[in-house]
Write a protein that binds this ligand. Structure first.
Ligand SMILES: NC(=O)c1ccc[n+]([C@@H]2O[C@H](COP(=O)([O-])OP(=O)(O)OC[C@H]3O[C@@H](n4cnc5c(N)ncnc54)[C@H](O)[C@@H]3O)[C@@H](O)[C@H]2O)c1
Length: 338
């Protein structure tokens, strides 16, 4: 079933860098001065899909904005700094991407970021709900398994909730899975598509190697090692950066790929599929990542989990308690917010 939509998803980034399609998406990046925010903003500025790029952060956005604004592409760029400038950054936006928040240091889990990032995401989501309630909201800030429930609860509180437009960006897990499978099998990574479902933390990251296109097979021990590497790939980068943060460049690529897919679908392109952590009825968790067919109004159809192997079935069952706890933690945070 999935294979009819398979891949090309990842082609979105390359496509938007190489075609002359003229489109008019107004995109905001919140946390634009950060490790992810800057290269992500560069990729967005480089795209003909984007006509206006507004950059918000609590520091350095005038400089980042001035720098990017000299690039000879059509997107008009402006930097906004501090909460009083946030409304103007958001007004009229079609898509808002949020990489604001602290990243992991060695030894930390994504959940360890909760205390700091929950407040940041709730504050920014409240501003989005007030100033661009119709925009597609793409959350990169971790822990994604909690920040999506937080964003959803904030939008509900403001009376503007649309579950089809709130996305947890898990694209980096798919990008990594495609790369690692291609390395092992000597394939072109651009032609590999591994759906990754569940959530975005450790064991909740569930690569469906059995649904990979082209079809690939691994002996059991290699499959276990490969799955573990995909689940811990973020930690691989955190360790290698040795205290200087987590994935930023690959995340910027993945974030841009996701935004371009959302914009392509909004522009009427058919058959655009991305996995994302969203409100879901596919399992007993109220949020879950599965492949989604995107359309003009956000999620057009949830394509579901599809046929999985016993190995994958077991991973799904094991992920559910952790996912439920992270979702509840996010929801409770907003309930207790003043
Ligand atoms: N979804 C994923 O796959 C994925 C992958 C990597 C990192 N992340 C997450 O992305 C987030 C950002 O990572 P990074 O490496 O860019 O961090 P960073 O520290 O380099 O940048 C974060 C930026 O957010 C800004 N910021 C802080 N509070 C803010 C606020 N209230 N409003 C606006 N901006 C604010 C900071 O000034 C900074 O510029 C982290 O939470 C990290 O865990 C997610």
């Amino acid at each position: 079933m999935l294979s009819s939509f398979a891949r090309p998803a990842g082609a979105a980034l390359r496509r938007s860098l190489s075609t002359s399609a003229q489109n008019n998406a107004k995109v905001a990046v919140l946390g634009a001065s950060g490790g992810i925010g800057q290269p992500l903003s560069l990729l967005l500025k480089n795209s003909p899909l984007v006509s206006r790029l507004t950059l918000y952060d609590i520091a350095h956005t005038p400089g980042v904005g001035a720098d990017l604004s000299h690039i000879e592409t059509r997107a008009k760029v402006k930097g906004y700094m501090g909460p009083e400038q946030l409304p103007d950054c958001l007004k009229g936006c079609d898509v808002v991407v949020i990489p604001a928040g602290v990243p992991r240091k060695p030894g930390m889990t994504r959940d360890d970021l909760f205390n700091t990032n929950a407040t940041i995401v709730a504050t920014l989501a409240t501003a989005c709900a007030k100033h661009c309630p119709e925009a597609a909201i793409c959350i990169i800030a971790n822990p994604v398994n909690s920040t999506i429930p937080i964003t959803s609860e904030v939008f509900k509180k403001q009376g503007v909730y649309n579950p089809n437009k709130i996305f947890g960006v898990t694209t980096l897990d798919i990008v990594r899975a495609n790369t690692f499978v291609a390395e092992l099998k000597g394939l072109d990574p651009a032609r590999v598509n591994v759906p990754v479902i569940g959530g975005h933390a450790g064991k909740t990251i569930i690569p469906l190697i059995s649904q990979c296109t082209p079809k690939v097979e691994f002996p059991e021990d290699q499959l276990t090692t490969l799955t573990g590497r995909i689940q811990e790939a973020g930690t691989e980068v955190v360790k290698a950066k040795a205290g200087a943060g987590s994935a930023t460049l690959s995340m910027a690529y993945a974030g841009a790929r996701f935004v371009f897919s959302v914009v392509d679908a909004m522009n009427g392109k058919e058959g655009v599929v991305e996995c994302s952590f969203v409100r879901s009825e596919e399992t007993e968790c109220s949020y879950f990542s599965t492949p989604l067919l995107l359309g003009k109004k956000g999620i057009e159809k949830n394509l579901g989990i599809g046929k999985v192997s016993p190995f994958e079935e077991k991973m799904i069952a094991e992920a559910i308690p952790e996912l439920k706890a992270s979702i509840k933690k996010g929801e409770d945070f907003v309930k207790n917010m003043k």
